[in-house]
Design a protein around this ligand. Structure first.
Ligand code: MLT
Length: 264
């Protein structure tokens, strides 16, 4: 079932009476990146997967986004559906949003799953890289940017093994509104660090990272996990930055095991 809440396209799977999991996707993707997890979890959980503002089928507006506006969107989905203590699961940019949401109000959630993400803000090199990407979209168009960026998110072997899906993801991402994609780049380059807050996270947390993730590598995520009290850390074999897509069976089992133990 699909609902529109606060101009966001929100997709619902499973029974609303069950424990909710809210999925927050990465950049420049949409909620469909979570379909393997949703299919594995929707019998036992109420799965909520929305498209982040500016991406997928959600409202684009003027593209003047911030991480904080994305967090308000996440809270608006939770309020709009009247979810009680949902679990939040974010990947990469979705993880930046999740970490800032926890910093603002972790009591809203019963547990957090952070996939292939980081707490640090962009350094100067990172910011300049974002500026180049915005320029590339302006000069060469969105498809050229997507075709150069998406390959950096997947392990080499996954690109071959998942060829059809991988090409579909490139096509789908190229179909986004360039204003929304550039807005996301601005929001990421202007975000501040959530590193100092990690020690204050007190809800159960699972951290997953693809063994071949070149964007948010295992050593970065391990350090993050060490700062969060009691966090469970798992490296996803045979996966790059898009671990839920590249090795769904491992990620699904890791999530199921974590939730069974940690969340009533
Ligand atoms: C993502 O997957 O959301 C992006 O790689 C995040 C980023 O570019 O920092």
């Amino acid at each position: 079932m699909k609902r529109v809440i606060n101009s966001l396209s929100v997709n619902l799977y499973g029974h609303p009476e069950k424990q909710a999991i809210v999925f927050v996707h990465g950049f420049p993707y949409d909620h469909t990146m979570w379909m393997n997890q949703i299919n594995a979890l929707k019998e036992d959980y109420f799965c909520v997967a929305y498209d982040i503002r500016g991406l997928g089928e959600s409202y684009v507006g003027d593209g003047q986004y911030t991480m904080e506006a994305y967090v308000m969107d996440l809270f608006s989905v939770i309020e709009g559906l009247n979810l009680k203590k949902p679990i939040v699961c974010g990947l990469s940019m979705g993880g930046y949003i999740t970490l800032r949401a926890l910093e603002i109000s972790q009591d809203v959630f019963s547990a957090a799953i952070l996939c292939d993400t980081r707490a640090e803000a962009d350094g100067d090199k990172g910011k300049l890289g974002r500026a180049q990407k915005i320029n590339q979209i302006n000069v060469e168009g969105l498809r050229a940017f997507v075709e150069s960026f998406v390959p950096t998110c997947f392990a080499e072997k996954s690109k071959e093994d998942l060829k059809e899906l991988y090409n579909e993801i490139i096509n789908r991402s190229s179909g986004n509104d360039p204003i929304g994609v550039k807005g996301a780049l601005f929001a990421m380059l202007s975000r501040t660090s959530t590193k100092r807050f990690l020690k204050d996270i007190s809800i159960p947390t699972l951290i997953l990272v693809g063994e071949k993730d070149g964007l948010t590598p295992p050593n970065v995520m391990k350090k993050m996990a060490e700062k969060i009290k009691g966090a469970k850390f798992k490296v996803v074999p045979k996966a790059g930055h898009m671990s839920p897509i590249e090795n769904p069976s491992f990620v699904n089992e890791a999530i199921k095991g974590f939730l069974k133990k940690k969340v009533k």
